[in-house]
Design a binder for this molecule. Sequence first.
Ligand code: NAP
Length: 474
Amino acid sequence: MFINGNWITDGIGKIVVKNPSNGETVGTVPKVGIEQVEEAIEAASKAFKTWSKLPAIERSNYLYRIAALMTEQKEELARTGTLEMGKAIADMRAEVQQAIEYVQWYAEEARRVYGETIPTDAPNKRVQVLKQPIGVVGAITPWNFPVSMITRKISPAIAAGCTVVLKPASQSPLSAKLIFEIFEQAGLPAGVVNLVAGNSNDISATLLNSKNVKKLSFTGSTEVGKMLMAQGAETVKKLSLELGGHAPFIVFEDADIDLAVDGLIAGKFSCAGQVCVAMNRLYVHQSVVDEFAEKLVEKTKQLKIGDGLDPETNVGPLVSEKGVEKSEKHVQDAIGKGAELLIGGKRPDKSKYTGSFFEPTVLKGVNDSMIISYEETFGPVAPIIAFETEEDVLKKANNTEYGLAAYFYTNNLSRVHRVSEELEYGIIGVNDTLPITVAVPFGGIKESGNGKEGGHHGIREYLVEKMISTRIEL
Ligand code: NAP
């Protein structure tokens, strides 16, 4: 753990990190106690006084140094991520590249935090809106993007002038440790960034109850997000919540079916389906559903399951046995209620695959009564639901408490606008299942959370606006 510029090796126990491909231990990190979390908050509060006053260009230069060091250590970052959470190395390399781009983007944004001057009706008044860093930030990240979720939060926070106490997921603390070693190598002043892992309840409660922590940025499940929101009420904590999703993927009758199949393969099976914006419900127009399903099965057959470090692997293991059980349960429930299994649907041969693997799966004939149609699977299962009309599919697509991402395929320009406007989601991909880049605002609506990460929008989450009205003599 890294607190006030020092590495702490003594905690109140250890987190043992296991490779989900084979169950082997890949490393351990100490668990912090509540007192150490308080020390980290204290260090961040002290560092905030000077860090927030540095000229933006100096904060920007630190971020450029961090990006350069991450680029030098790209392969080690990718291998560490794959070892601890299983993702195929090609996907992990792409994630590290994006993580670096977040750092570079906010190195640039640091210098563009502009205020406002507002003309008033009173000739003797001048009104200004000043944007300032909010203060100490608590950040909690998940394991499915063990590198980029960290830089997507920390880069805008420190660019804005905030200081941070970060808690990574217990399944992926080794990637976090590597990133913090890079922060140290970049020479960030003590206390600007602090790393604590351990009991998530204790750490989040300490962050939320502290009056010195002004904001919490959380990425994870909707269930935990709601709990944190309730706990944060006591100190009226500003919260950014990037929560779960249940993305519809709609293929209209006028769509390019091959393009849609390729888009689905790219968006659904990377990270073994453990992606918040992955497609959960495949609504395909009844006139093209057979063609789509056939082509999807053909492409799914070509996916190679295996150890994430094997360069041939397309689909690595799920992060844990619990993840496999959930995919299994969703598939069994759907089959039990009449869905047709087209491919996969089970664990691969245990004698060849010792880790927590589940075969890429396609189901057809899925309907609204099946668990998979309303609960996030977080696994490599693609359920196809046939539909008849645009009106009907929009109703179905929006019939969920989630509002993170939605996708649709069509070649009709009017439909592009009509459907985009009707879908109740924060991210919409039109003929595009990979819409996320560092330049765009990422975030959900409804119970998928609030706040944005990425783009020029991301830095706003770490700023407060102060209105200054000055009466002058004319
Ligand atoms: P999770 O259980 O909510 O865990 C996420 C983070 O919250 C981890 O650091 C975890 O720590 C911590 N946590 C767990 N229980 C907590 C508690 N009671 N109090 C405070 N912190 C707690 O989610 P997950 O299963 O790891 O991740 C998958 C979920 O994240 C999915 O729903 C997915 O859609 C969502 N997600 C959303 C986005 C997005 O940007 N919208 C991105 C990625 C993932 P421990 O590991 O130590 O328990």
